[in-house]
Design a protein around this ligand. Structure first.
Ligand code: ZN
Length: 212
């Protein structure tokens, strides 16, 4: 934990100075800044802040929640960790929140396949892009050299204009990405924001033309 947080040695989170002294209270190590006197532990100001749960349980919970392909229930987390249900529930939700905060900042890089789609559609209406009662979004998947998916993003969009797609590319893609889409003209505006853009045009266009 110490090496992960301060790979080049302690840095005060308050004033960014390095001079410090150390002391231990109830088995927990603290760093005291020699400049501003702030006292810091490896758990200060992060996910584990002020938690009474031992770090070993936290790390076990992180492993279980992140490696589980299905949604791990708080009940099964409680059983695995040997803690109360309310503790398991709080740990799970803290971890999900941390993952949620992190994801929007992740830019897809390398080869990225993207397509637009709509969510919803319980109400009858026009099919495809012009439909009402549906929330449009762009789904994008980053592939590794072997063609296996690495990360996905689903970003809601307001409309199907080139400007919107370009804005999406700026916020979702690494500038060096190689974007692959269908032939929708708005994707050209997105493609202009990254290193390369290829379009796969399959027959008459529908919103589900692109086969990943
Ligand atoms: Zn300081």
């Amino acid at each position: 934990m110490e090496r992960a947080r301060w790979p080049d040695g302690f840095v005060c989170p308050v004033c960014a100075m390095r001079e410090h002294s150390c002391f231990i209270v109830e088995g927990r190590r603290y760093w005291q800044c020699s400049h501003c006197r702030a006292q810091t532990s490896v758990c200060s100001g992060n996910l584990f802040h002020a938690s009474k749960l031992p770090l070993t349980k936290w790390l076990q919970a992180i492993y279980l929640v992140t490696q589980n392909k299905n949604n791990l229930s708080a009940l099964s987390l409680k059983r695995h960790l040997g803690v109360s249900y309310s503790t398991a529930w709080r740990v799970k939700h803290k971890l999900l929140e941390a993952m949620r905060q992190r994801e929007p900042r992740r830019l897809l890089e390398g080869v990225v396949f993207a397509d637009d789609a709509v969510l919803g559609g319980a109400h009858a209406g026009k099919p495809g892009r012009g439909s009402q009662n549906k929330a449009p979004f762009i789904a994008a998947v980053e592939l590794n050299d072997e063609g296996y998916p690495q990360h996905v993003r689903f970003d809601a969009i307001e409309d199907y204009t080139g400007e919107t797609y370009a804005q999406w590319a700026r916020s979702a893609l690494h500038p060096e990405a190689h974007l692959v889409t269908d032939g929708l003209a708005s994707f050209n505006a997105a493609g202009a924001k990254v290193a390369a853009h290829g379009a796969i045009i399959v027959g008459e266009r529908h919103s589900s033309d692109l086969e990943l």
